[in-house]
Design a protein around this ligand. Structure first.
Ligand code: COA
Length: 223
């Protein structure tokens, strides 16, 4: 995994053997609206300033990531809420109020990529009861590490972002169960019923990183 940290964010150690060929850029959310193309600006013209900043920062980081693939800057528009990537590219964008991230890779290598960034304390017990199944909650309780509630939530959002552009299918949070390797900070996922995404999940893996009070989660589906 090639991870580039901008805006004074400390470098995070990543294993170069993990997710080869994927380029991820992490930065701080700030006012990048003047960097948007007119077509991109039209997409968020009516949004509030904080949404405009997160959208524009996500686009700026996505374009920075694309330059590592040798792809020149073009507008990144959207289809429904999904970003529309250049031909032969897969990618993903995420943001909180503070941090934003984008990752891209060649579609020859990966069918889909999902990234998600969440404040570590974002998911409390009430939300966890809604989005995690009993086995996942028991695993968190056995560790007595409540911050893993947010990690598992983030993993499910990353899975959705990686699979939905391929399948067009909505996934509920209880449709997918996670198996976490907490020492390796990695995970796999399994469908709870027959889904279009079921086969994709068999060929996929996710990774967690912690940075400045956030979980940064990546999920990649091999070709
Ligand atoms: C789409 C969703 C995952 C976005 O996550 P979020 O935490 O709200 O917001 P994030 O900042 O992390 O991500 C937002 C970005 O996701 C991307 N995105 C939105 N919809 C997407 C989709 N269907 N597929 C891929 N990426 C999508 C966009 O780039 C968006 O940023 P932008 O509008 O600035 O371009 C979330 O709103 C959602 O609908 N979740 C329900 C489905 C789900 O996660 N199920 C779990 C199944 S196991």
């Amino acid at each position: 995994m090639n991870l580039f940290c901008l805006d004074g964010i400390p470098e995070i150690h990543t294993d170069p053997a993990e997710v080869p060929g994927m380029y991820m850029v992490l930065g701080r959310v700030s006012d990048h609206t003047s960097d948007l193309t007119p077509e991109e600006h039209d997409l968020i013209r009516d949004a509030n300033p904080s949404r405009q900043n997160s959208f524009a920062t996500g686009r700026q980081l996505a374009k920075a990531a694309l330059t590592h693939l040798g792809i020149s800057l073009k507008p990144i528009l959207r289809n429904d809420r999904r970003p529309v990537w250049p031909e032969f590219v897969v990618g993903s964008i995420s943001h909180t109020d503070h941090l934003a991230v984008s990752a891209v890779a060649s579609a020859m290598r990966y069918q889909g990529i999902g990234v998600d960034v969440e404040v570590i304390s974002a998911v409390d017990e009430r939300v966890a009861n809604r989005v995690l199944d009993e086995e996942e909650r028991e695993w968190i309780d056995s560790l007595q590490l409540p911050e893993w509630r947010t990690a598992l939530f983030s993993a499910k959002e990353a899975i959705y972002k990686a699979t939905n552009p391929i399948t067009g299918e909505f996934l509920g949070f209880r449709d997918v169960t996670l198996k976490i390797d907490e020492s390796a900070l990695s995970f796999t996922a399994h469908a709870q019923k027959d889904l279009k995404a079921s086969r994709l999940l068999e060929n996929a893996r996710g990774y967690f990183h912690r940075i400045e009070g956030h979980w940064l989660t990546t999920f990649v589906i091999e070709t």
